[in-house]
Design a protein. Structure first.
Length: 139
């Protein structure tokens, strides 16, 4: 039985849009990062971070993956962060997502940063390779 091209096109049309949209797939990792960080879920974070992941704080301090996961587990990083999408760029197997984030720490002074995330396609999926925050001036 010869199925031909119309049958193939019909099958392709049934696939989810994300099957053809690497940016959407990569941004799912960014959403998982925010959710796991807010919940202090180091097991989930471990799965979506590259082995050489780096977290750069707004003051310039750099943590590797192990130190970052420890900071999350010990509650040293803010949770319940609000986020606003700014822009996303795709370069082959790399996606850069830029977000504005805000939160109010214990001292009550609202902080706002621009967060840049580098998400790379590694092996069979997308992983977060770098997160860097830059402090915005107080209004």
């Amino acid at each position: 039985m010869k199925l031909g091209c119309p049958f193939l096109l019909m099958l392709i049309s049934l696939l989810p849009v994300s099957a053809f949209d690497p940016v959407s797939e990569a941004l799912q990792v960014d959403k998982l990062y925010r959710s796991a960080r807010n919940q202090r879920d180091t097991i989930a974070l471990e799965k979506i971070l590259t082995p050489d992941f780096k977290f750069i704080y707004r003051n310039g301090k750099i943590e590797d993956k192990a130190t970052f996961l420890k900071s999350i587990g010990e509650g040293r990083l803010s949770t319940n962060v609000e986020q606003q999408d700014i822009s996303t760029f795709a370069y082959g197997q790399t996606v850069i997502a830029i977000r504005k984030e805000s939160w109010t720490p214990i001292n009550g002074t609202k902080l706002e940063v621009i967060r840049s995330s580098v998400i790379v396609h590694e092996g069979s999926g997308w992983k977060l390779a770098l997160v860097q925050s830059s402090l915005l001036p107080a209004n």
